[in-house]
Design a protein around this ligand. Sequence first.
Ligand code: CP
Length: 331
Amino acid sequence: MKYFTTVHDIKSADALIKQALEIKSDPFLWNKLGRNKTLGLIFLNPSLRTRLSTQIAAQNLGMNVIVMNIDKEGWALEFEDGAVMNGNKVEHIKDAAAVLGTYCDIIGLRSFPSLQNKEQDYSEHILLQFMKHCKVPLISLESATLHPLQSLADAMTIYEKKKKQRPKVVLSWAPHIKPLPQAVANSFSEWMNALDVEFVITHPEGYELKEDFTVNATRVYNQEEALHNADFVYVKNWSAYNEYGTIPPVKENWLLDQNKMRVTNNAHIMHCLPVRRNVELSDELLDSSVSLVQQQAENRVYAAQAVLKNILQSNYRTEKLTEVQTQLIEA
Ligand code: CP
């Protein structure tokens, strides 16, 4: 494995989830694998869970870790090819990413979308430029459109808690005070589509996700109908994809509470965190025994460890890239 940016970068989601669960049962088994290897974690946006869990994961594998909040601590980056850099941008991504690639064996990158320019965000131009110029394996720590480490941890949590072979999993839109990326919802959809689950997405009109990610899911606008017999309810806000980055008005109350959960199959509640309590999810649900949010956060360590282990064990220098990866990087 050279890249981990989407579920399509791996051969089997099911196999990777099982590997991550095995690592959880014995986290230090591979603590010499990363000896003398360096992981560079590069953040263009804030983080608590991703930063710390990935750092712990690398340490469990014996790696050295360096972290840089490049948006605050680095030079202002230019991403335009051929730019005449006579403005406030000091360093081109071509140079910065190439330097990072000489210092690190693996790079992790967090780069949120602008939510202003759909084409640019959905082309993943920041992630792809890092991939192209750093030349070493790269893990997405949440990109403009996807958050695969979160989804792997979420899928692990479902595997740990599911009581039937094919559980019903509902992704339920939640209110928020400001526009948020679609990345967690896109990514969760991609992963659920790759697994043996009954997957339903519910959201108000105007909040349709890009169909590339949701293609096999059942989509319903009626939240109560969607929740019927659910085993897991994943709660998440996202801004509109079609009217890109906007927050179209919603008349109904989409805040999930215990009363709405009555129609579920005693469902577990999931959220990636951070969560705005009593805006996205009620205290009563978050603090109840059905909440899996802490388990999801804990599983972030083992999700990251499984991905790093795969990269460290792979012959990525000679590995052939997939057709999509080649096209993306050469574009
Ligand atoms: N869920 C998640 O990615 O959290 P952070 O933004 O704190 O990393």
